[in-house]
Design a binder for this molecule. Structure first.
Ligand code: FAD
Length: 535
């Protein structure tokens, strides 16, 4: 059976018609918060609403800084810029941005041969090796001694290893879908300028509280500067403060603390190396994991940990030791994280976007994707003029499902760890607070049954494509122990690793050195769509 999965991470500029009137009763929007969420939302809403005469105003406190982290993305961010007609050649240099081919996970598994694996972003070339990867993984789960480490099968892995940019020469038309790394503060400033140029109004003021209508919707926000600002729709982009969705509307919060233990982080920059990498590295430490994100001018580093298992000082010391910075005079930033989601992202006339709506820890750098989806899906409802109760319900169900799908994938990193060195890792491995979907998926895997169909049909493992699930399970070495493997049958051993190596090596030669490519970013040539087939 052939399952075709279409990846089209892009919202084309034509996909959101801007003709026709604005939805009845929608003349003004106020966005509270000017972090990445506020400006991304402003731009997405501006495109749909400003041509229809709706005024959009963004309010930002002069005294509350943005969170200042969040420097890695998924490939979806490319769709965000494409949909706004903003070229890489314009925004990337302004934000010290680099290309991202995926994430290396170091030290999450202690299984021999699986100390490290790469979670690649998809590529059209994967059509040529995906079948072999899935075949070998399924054979190995069933006890055959065949090569099934994901690093052997994907072009993005080669590009990351060789520090090549995912931008092939024109004569080699195989698109590698890629994410980015960028300076979060500079990205905010870039988006701010763009939004103003597209008609969004900006006001620097500190919101103190909101007043409600008799029906419980938000009537106006009030500022420390003494203003009362009314609007038809309010967007809460105030970060973890949740000024509107939480403080004003008291929307219940669904914590993921029992699934995901990490609730704090400490961050430190380090200097860039001579050759700029094109991957994030995520290294398991004693009570969490450390990110290493390359920008053109520095690395961003941070340690995401659980405060139940270690203090901020201990985490900072361990991160400094990990980075070789024990004696260095570099200031660290400590952050708290609230992990979970609100029960209603769209509550009355308030939409929550960004950290105010919820956060899943940054292991797969998915937060900007949530922002993009929250705003873009909301525009779908606006386009239909559909703002009633049923629309609220269906929007909230979609967002909640999305949060839960991504959560399950993140939980899998912890559940499948085999480290025994600290209580933190042991507690993660024995944690049985898993969703029913995830339990079923892990059960199928352990029973040697294929997961490609239920994941491909989005019955299980929602939120990530099939190859990501195979990459994580195989990358963590969730196979029978080496001593229990048997010689493969002829059918099981039918794919030649040498041929795959050869194909990937020859293909990789068509991609330029990453640093050189960053010096010559060109406007995009091809349409942003990517088709990948699984068997
Ligand atoms: C440790 C860590 C690592 C992360 N890594 C990643 C990553 O790699 N990839 C990724 O996609 N995401 C990551 N994230 C998440 C990412 O940082 C956020 O999703 C993103 O920056 C959006 O934040 P925000 O705009 O919602 O909130 P913030 O950046 O906190 O912005 C809040 C805004 O609200 C304003 N505000 C607050 N109070 C008031 C008030 N009273 N009146 C008016 N304005 C007010 C502030 O001035 C500010 O402008 C990470 C998060 C953390 C904690």
């Amino acid at each position: 059976m052939t399952t075709a999965t279409l990846f089209n991470y892009s919202y084309s500029p034509e996909s959101a018609p801007t003709s026709g009137p604005a939805p009845a009763g929608l003349r003004s929007v106020v966005i509270v918060g000017g972090g990445t969420a506020g400006w991304m939302t402003a731009l997405i809403l501006a495109r749909a609403l400003i041509p229809r005469g709706v005024a959009i105003t963004l309010l930002e406190s002069p005294s509350v800084p943005t969170i200042g982290v969040g420097e890695g993305s998924t490939p979806w961010l490319r769709g965000f810029f494409d949909s706004l007609g903003i070229e890489e050649s314009e925004w990337m240099p302004s934000c010290h941005a680099t290309y991202k081919c995926g994430i290396t996970f170091d030290g999450w598994s202690t299984k021999p041969g699986f100390a490290s694996y790469f979670h690649p972003f998809a590529s059209m070339l994967d059509n040529l090796t995906m079948k072999q990867f899935v075949h070998n993984v399924e054979a190995r789960v069933n006890g055959a001694n065949v090569e099934a480490h994901p690093n052997r099968f994907f072009i993005a892995t080669r590009l990351a290893e060789q520090r090549r940019a995912p931008k092939a020469r024109e004569s080699f038309p195989f698109d590698v879908w890629h994410g980015y790394h960028f300076d979060a503060v500079l990205l905010g400033q870039f988006l701010h300028k763009k939004a103003l140029a597209r008609g969004v109004r900006y006001q620097s003021c500190h919101v103190t509280h909101a007043t409600l209508t008799p029906e419980g919707a938000i009537e106006a926000v009030h500022t420390r500067e003494g203003e009362r600002i009314a609007a038809d729709l309010f967007v809460d982009c105030s970060g973890f403060a949740g000024l509107l969705i939480d403080k004003a509307l008291h929307t219940p919060f669904v914590s993921f603390a029992e699934n995901l233990f990490n609730d704090a982080a400490v961050a430190l920059p380090t200097p860039m190396e001579a050759r700029i990498p094109c991957e994030t590295v995520s290294t398991a430490l004693k009570n969490g994991w450390a990110w290493k994100i390359p920008l053109t001018n520095r690395f961003g580093n941070g340690y995401v940990y659980s405060s139940q298992f270690c203090s901020g000082d201990e985490a900072e010391r361990e991160l400094r030791a990990h980075l070789g910075l024990l004696d260095a005079d570099v200031a660290a930033r400590h952050l708290k994280m609230r992990i979970g989601r609100v029960s209603e992202h769209w509550n009355k006339n308030c939409l929550a976007v960004g950290l105010s709506q919820g956060f899943i820890e940054p292991l797969e750098a998915t937060a900007l994707l949530f922002i993009q989806q929250a705003a873009t899906i909301f525009v779908e409802y606006l386009e239909r003029g559909d703002l009633g109760e049923a629309a609220h319900k269906s929007y909230n169900e979609r967002m909640n499902g999305h949060f839960e799908g991504i959560r399950d994938y993140i939980v899998t990193h912890y559940k499948t760890n085999t480290r025994k060195d600290t209580e933190y890792w042991r507690a993660n491995a024995t944690n049985m607070r898993l969703s029913d979907d995830l339990k079923k998926l892990l059960g199928l895997w352990m029973a040697g049954q294929s997961i490609s169909q239920p994941v491909g049909q989005q019955l299980l493992g929602k939120g990530y494509p099939v190859f990501s699930w195979y990459a994580i399970m195989a990358g963590m070495g969730i196979f029978p122990d080496a001593k229990d493997l048997r010689a493969p049958t002829t059918r099981e051993a039918r794919f030649s690793l040498a041929e795959i190596d050869n194909l990937l090596e020859r293909s990789a030669a068509n991609y330029p050195e990453h640093g050189a490519a960053l010096g010559h970013i060109e406007p995009r040539r091809t349409e942003p769509s990517l088709q990948i087939y699984f068997w």
